[in-house]
Design a protein around this ligand. Structure first.
Ligand SMILES: Cc1cc2nc3c(=O)[nH]c(=O)nc-3n(C[C@H](O)[C@H](O)[C@H](O)COP(=O)(O)OP(=O)(O)OC[C@H]3O[C@@H](n4cnc5c(N)ncnc54)[C@H](O)[C@@H]3O)c2cc1C
Length: 692
């Protein structure tokens, strides 16, 4: 045993300076047996074979996957047992932890270092001695004091039992409508689950937009996705009463509701701690120091019940998330066993997927950074998550918030169908490593055509931030636009093609496609404030530089372009400008994949065997969707050879075009080599349109 101790000390001392371990049977008691509690118990056992570990859990289960509950209700996870990661027996077998389920700790006697347990099933009350106590009690969903909140069909989702009740309600009562109250993570995951179960869902959120931790623009992306799946969103509204068949909101609207889910937040479970006179912090969580020790040095705490330091702002905050809870459990275990491992604080990195849309946030938003008195700015970039020419490319959006004086990365938000998670983790790592936008610009990110681009969206975001910081390309985010427009009398120029402009634009903007801007430069008054935008921000930057080089000084680009304008409009809109939105794409849960296949089939049937003149847009599907030549079909250049059958006869009159004429020239050569005799290069889309 002595040898083990020596080995142990040597192994761990180098990393976290753990001192000699008391091998005289350290008595560890853990209150709460799920995320942080179970993690801590397992870690204590890995650190010491001798420690006596006892874990108490009020509920019937330990170590269950609470984050997975909505996916069982929605049907993505088919088997309930998959959500139970350990049973008390298997946990005991693996870690030799004395687990007591259905047992609540009702009192802490700090003087005598004793806790009192109550077995909820048998009523048995017992006292237990501890050397070190870990409070890992988490929190409980808040149930507001609304008329009808206690009716049988009103649920919260926190435990397996809650999940079973909701599941049973759907199975047995076949509800047709549901109201979800609260547009945070759990609320939105439940919106998806209930839509997948075939219910007509209304979401009610008191704040101006869903996911209030995120900027409106990012939230707008999620709202747009939900709207396209037919979810009814009521933001800026609160519920005033619930009946067995409906929900009433504060504007008087009555909404049908066969069931109601409340997810308006989590309150830390603090009764035990307050009764033991442990200190509560300024944000309402249990106060702990960097070693996760409470105001009593023998009592540690971790997870949803504590408040910790925000790693960027230094403010005391509560971050009720699984990642921090698990890490804190691990660190608290080390420290209870004599270690000195400091918890560095939380960044609030969080992500969610609603239907197919993924959005996440880490660190500070621009608003939070400015509220902290940090000189900050933000840029937004939208770019393909992998090369545009490889099939399946989707836009991924990155908002990067940085300190304008030091360049330090302060936070960020990402959104997209694919690749948003990876980019969010890059930003989180940049914050943790104290990196600047200049460091990010220089990082080599992994690249292969199906997996990324040689100029990753993260590099692009960093370059864009550098260009903004240096004044080379001044830009404003859509979140800042209202104020900017109020203070600046400006001319707004939309540099996208005419189709995109006609589908949706800022009301009153002039449409001067980038390709034509050069010709219009003379007519633009040099002393005006000019606001430019395109679809993503990229061509807006080109237009800005063209205007600056021609002597117009006060030019600003809308960061993130029309995509960002659209998302902001979906979320909260603007007071000082009006944005006309393109028609919303409708999606259904089961049909979406089939629809894509059907559309492709439709395209082919239009073209195969036909011999009429054909116009082929060889740009990417994403470029095509933004606007195309009337009746043109889209076969991107990289697919042209594969889809040759869709072009019909080799003598057919075919005109190819792209954005500039370069890709279509290549396509023309390709088709001629294959034997097509009547292929023309129509050049760029704008030239095609002018000729029309
Ligand atoms: C539906 C749902 C989805 C979620 N999705 C995500 C997600 O996608 N990502 C993410 O990061 N986080 C997510 N979370 C949050 C995450 O699960 C929590 O942050 C995490 O579980 C907190 O861990 P904890 O140990 O502090 O508390 P918990 O895991 O809640 O465990 C606390 C346990 O303590 C027990 N307890 C309390 N008081 C006593 C007492 N006096 N005696 C004995 N036992 C007691 C409770 O019964 C409870 O089981 C989700 C949560 C839910 C409910």
């Amino acid at each position: 045993m002595f040898l083990f101790s020596l080995y142990f000390c040597a192994k761990f001392k180098s990393k976290h300076t753990i001192k000699a371990i008391n091998i005289n049977m350290e008595k560890i008691i853990i209150v709460g047996g799920v995320a942080s509690g179970a993690t801590a118990a397992a870690k204590v056992r890995r650190l010491s074979s001798d420690a006596s570990i006892t874990m108490f859990e009020t509920g019937p289960d330990i170590s269950f996957a609470n984050c997975g509950l909505p996916y069982y209700i929605g049907g993505d996870i088919k088997s309930r047992s998959k959500l139970i990661l350990q049973s008390p027996e298997s946990f005991n077998e693996q870690y030799q932890v004395d687990v007591h389920v259905n047992t609540r700790i009702t009192n802490i006697d700090r003087q005598n270092k004793t806790v009192t347990s109550l077995n909820i099933r048998t009523g048995e009350i017992r006292n237990h001695k501890y050397d070190k106590l870990l409070l890992a009690q988490g929190g409980r969903p808040i149930k507001p004091n609304i008329e009808g909140a206690n009716l049988d069909h009103v649920y919260t989702l926190w435990t397996l039992n809650d999940m079973d009740n909701i599941y049973r309600h759907i199975e047995e009562k076949s509800p047709r409508s549901a109201v979800v109250i609260g547009g945070g993570f759990i609320g939105l995951e439940m919106v998806e689950a209930l839509v997948k179960r075939g219910l007509n869902v209304h979401l009610i959120e008191m704040m101006p937009h869903v996911m209030s931790v995120m900027d409106a623009e990012t939230a707008g992306y999620i709202e747009q996705e939900m709207l396209s799946y037919g979810v009814n969103i009521h933001t800026g509204k609160s519920v005033t009463s619930i009946t067995s068949k409906s929900v009433k909101i504060n504007d008087g609207t009555i909404i049908d509701a066969d069931m109601v889910l409340m997810s308006i937040g989590v309150r830390p479970t603090l009764q035990l701690a307050t009764e033991a006179s442990l200190e509560i912090g300024e944000s309402g969580g249990l106060l702990v120091n960097e070693y996760l020790q409470t105001s009593d040095e023998h009592i540690y705490a971790a997870g949803d019940m504590v408040e910790v330091e925000n790693r960027v702002s230094g403010k005391r905050v509560r971050i009720p998330l699984a990642g921090p809870a698990n890490r804190q459990g691990r660190i608290a275990a080390e420290n209870m066993m004599g270690g000195k491992h400091a918890y560095k604080g939380a960044m609030g990195t969080s992500i969610l997927r609603v239907f197919e849309a993924v959005a996440g946030i880490t660190g500070l938003s621009l608003k939070q950074a400015l509220a902290e008195g940090i000189p900050a700015k933000a840029v937004v970039v939208h770019k393909e998550h992998h090369t545009a020419y490889y099939p399946g490319a989707e836009n991924v959006s990155v908002m990067l918030v940085y300190n304008t004086e030091t360049g330090a990365v302060l936070g960020g938000q990402t959104a997209g169908y694919k690749g948003a998670d990876r980019r969010l983790d890059v930003i989180a790592s940049a914050i943790a490593g104290n990196l600047t936008i200049h460091d990010l610009a220089d990082i080599d990110f992994s690249y292969s055509p199906p997996l990324g681009t040689a100029n990753d969206v993260m590099n692009m975001a960093a370059y864009t931030a550098e260009n903004q910081q240096s004044g080379f390309s001044p830009s404003i985010t859509v979140g800042e636009l209202d104020e900017w427009v109020k203070d600046h009398n400006s001319i707004v120029i939309d540099v996208r093609d005419t189709f995109s402009f006609e589908k949706g634009s800022i009301y009153g903007a002039y449409n001067v496609p980038l390709e034509m801007l050069h010709e219009e430069l003379k007519s633009i008054p040099k002393d005006s404030n000019i606001l430019v935008y395109d679809e993503t921000g990229k061509k807006g930057h080109q237009a800005l530089r063209m205007l600056k080089n021609s002597g117009v000084d006060n030019v600003y680009n809308i960061s993130g372009g029309f995509i960002s304008l659209q998302r902001q409009t979906y979320a909260i809109g603007f007071h000082n400008i009006r944005v006309n939105l393109p028609k919303l794409e409708r999606k259904t849960v089961d049909k979406i994949r089939e629809d894509i296949v059907m559309d492709k089939k439709k395209d082919s049937s239009l073209t195969t065997n036909a011999n009429t003149p054909l116009v082929v847009d060889v740009r990417t599907p994403m470029e095509f969707l933004r606007g195309a030549y009337p009746n043109a079909i889209n076969i991107s250049l990289d697919e042209l050879e594969k889809r040759i059958d869709e072009l019909g006869s080799k003598s057919r009159d075919i005109t190819l075009y792209c954005a500039s004429g370069a890709r279509s020239a290549y396509g023309q050569q390709m088709l001629r080599k294959i034997g097509f005799t009547n292929v023309k290069n129509g050049g760029g889309l704008m030239h095609m349109m002018r000729r029309k």
